[in-house]
Design a binder for this molecule. Structure first.
Ligand SMILES: C/C=C/C(=O)SCCNC(=O)CCNC(=O)[C@H](O)C(C)(C)COP(=O)(O)OP(=O)(O)OC[C@H]1O[C@@H](n2cnc3c(N)ncnc32)[C@H](O)[C@@H]1OP(=O)(O)O
Length: 259
């Protein structure tokens, strides 16, 4: 049984969480599926972007609370093993060098905010409810904190993580979790604009930029100097870099090629 549906159209992969009867909450099977899907997508040179979305009434209700309840009977090591798999899922999405665009509607609770945090762009319908509900459940937004911390504005997101308060799309945007807030039903139009923007760019240029941004904060200053200057030297020498500069000077559209 599959809990995630993947479709492809016009060089874009659409990854849809598909457990609407439990608000797309993720269980171990869905975690394994999402991890594999994004690991496989990383190798796809024929794609330009990935859209992450949820089927039904809400985007995602976080971890499956029935599964979490079972974990009470797990040993500490088993519990930690499961959490490592969850961490691996967020990591696989974050490490995918294709731009990942989150389409958020209805609600994003608990671990769903980890999914929001690992998207490169997030379009949220304005009536979406967000909540770091973990503290209300007596647990902690622990696994997702590593990913939320990288993205969000600390001064804005900390009170939300500590209080478990429900907040709206505008607050999520101020906290740096959401890129664009749209009226209900207008997500698709906003998405088309975003995708059109990516199609104007060199496919490898986008992927190399994402890889670079992902790596920077793990590197020392000396390694950042070395890596950033290497990347630009490689990009300038690449076919894509040559075509981009040439097309600008010749006042024509670039002819990008997928490798
Ligand atoms: C490491 C990660 C940790 C975590 O993520 S902890 C989990 C954090 N998640 C939550 O706290 C969210 C819990 N869910 C809700 O608060 C609400 O749902 C929503 C606001 C997301 C949506 O509300 P509405 O649309 O009114 O749906 P509904 O009637 O509450 O739920 C429909 C069915 O879905 C089940 N369900 C909802 N969320 C979960 C979940 N996270 N795990 C397991 N089941 C869930 C319900 O129980 C119910 O089921 P039935 O139809 O049998 O009554």
């Amino acid at each position: 049984m599959s809990f995630v549906v993947v479709t492809e159209m016009n060089q874009v992969a659409y990854v849809k969480l598909h457990r609407p009867e439990v608000r797309n909450s993720f269980n171990p099977e869905m975690i394994a599926e999402l991890t594999k899907i994004f690991t496989d997508l990383e190798a796809r040179k024929d794609l330009r972007a990935v859209v992450l979305q949820g089927e039904g009434k809400v985007f995602c209700a976080g971890a499956d609370l029935n599964w979490m309840k079972e974990m009470v009977n797990f040993t500490f090591e088993q519990n930690r093993e499961d959490s490592l798999k969850l961490f691996g899922m967020f990591e696989a999405i974050a490490q995918c060098s294709l731009p990942v665009i989150g389409m958020i509607h209805g609600a994003a609770f608990g671990g769903a905010l980890g999914l929001v945090a690992v998207c490169d762009e997030v379009i949220a319908e304005e009536n979406t409810q967000f909540c770091f509900s973990e503290v209300k459940l007596g647990i902690a937004p622990a696994v997702i904190s590593a990913f939320v911390n990288k993205k969000a504005v600390a001064g804005k997101v900390r009170p939300l993580m500590l209080s478990g308060v429900v907040f709206n799309s505008h607050i999520a945007q101020q906290a740096g979790l959401v890129t664009e807030v749209v009226p209900v039903g207008e997500g698709h139009t906003a998405l088309q604009k975003v995708l059109h923007g990516y199609m104007q760019c060199g496919p490898d240029a986008v992927r190399e930029t994402k890889k670079l941004l992902n790596d920077l904060d793990t590197l020392s200053w000396a390694d950042q100097r070395s890596r950033t200057t290497t990347v630009i030297a490689e990009r300038r020498a690449s076919n894509e870099g040559q075509e981009g500069l040439k097309s600008f000077l010749e006042k024509r559209e670039p002819a990008w090629r997928l490798n």
